[in-house]
Design a protein around this ligand. Structure first.
Ligand code: HEM
Length: 254
């Protein structure tokens, strides 16, 4: 009798477990296939540009702003974005380019094109995206230059990421160069012309040595840059008429 009851209890527990596991599986399958899952891991399909254009605060209270293909709900910042406000241009579209060009009239296909911009502009755009991420709610992606209709990144986005990486590397190299060759202090007066000089903090680089001014030619730059060098290795050009050990020199003085 006892063993009969025990067998039945085990069967009951097993069938209950199977029922619970089955229910969870069916529920997940149903929600997934009906796009009702709202957690972050769910695949969200991008909005179309047409969808996005409706969220411009005209005939719709919601304000959506696109940047690098990501869309944010900026309704809480409506004082900036509602019709008639300074930054109304940015809603209902991806107008990334104007964030650095300031051209709020650009309605061409180029308004989210950024690959030709300088590294400083690319960094500015990345900072804008960070601001939007921190301040507003992310809505999703917009299909177009940065994301394909299945939500995957386009070739353009891949190129953008490569450019960003190159810009970061360039910035890092410039920082290293600044440590090795800190920029000089520069001042100009009508009486003396341009004066360049080194100090323990010139170029914003704090150090224990002062150094002497020399001319550094950088590829792509028309004019040499004045840098301070610790030891004279004869690799950089001295300033004309300036003693090789002087910490200050005058440019354009014959
Ligand atoms: C390329 C030019 C510019 C662009 C693209 C730009 C863009 C923006 C954007 C998108 C916002 C809203 C940010 C948010 O949602 O919180 C903003 C806010 C603001 N901008 Fe500009 N802006 C530009 C130039 C200027 C200039 C020249 C001034 C001042 C002379 C200025 C002053 C302000 C101020 C005071 C705010 C409000 C800040 C706040 O209340 O949080 N902007 N700008």
């Amino acid at each position: 009798m006892y063993s009969f009851l025990q067998n039945n209890s085990i069967k009951l527990v097993i069938s209950s477990l199977l029922f619970i596991v089955g229910s969870i599986f069916i529920q997940n399958w149903y929600f997934k296939n009906n796009n009702l899952v709202s957690n972050d891991s769910a695949v969200q399909l991008p909005l179309t540009e047409e969808d996005l254009s409706h969220y411009n605060g005209v005939g719709n209270d919601k304000l959506y702003l696109g940047i690098l293909g990501s869309v944010f709900d900026v309704s809480s910042g409506k004082r900036h974005y509602k019709k008639g406000s300074s930054y109304h241009y940015f809603v209902g579209k991806d107008g990334t380019r104007a964030l650095v060009t300031g051209n709020f009239k650009d309605e061409t296909d180029e308004k989210d094109h950024v690959l030709d911009l300088k590294c400083d502009d690319i960094f500015a755009i990345i900072n804008w995206r960070k601001t939007f991420r921190e301040k507003y709610v992310y809505v999703g992606m917009v299909k177009g230059r940065y994301y394909a209709s299945d939500g995957t990144e386009t070739e353009y986005m891949k190129k953008f990421k490569i450019k960003l990486k190159e810009c970061r590397e360039e910035k890092e190299n410039l920082k290293k160069q600044d440590q090795l060759y800190p920029p000089c202090n520069v001042a100009w007066s009508e009486a003396e012309g341009t004066r360049v000089w080194c100090s323990k903090s010139s170029g914003g680089i704090q150090r224990s040595w002062i150094g002497v001014p020399r001319q550094l030619y950088t590829p792509g730059d028309k004019k040499p840059k004045c840098v301070c060098i610790k030891e004279d290795t004869n690799m950089l050009k001295p300033y004309h008429g300036c003693s090789s050990t002087s910490t200050e020199c005058y440019i354009n003085v014959d």
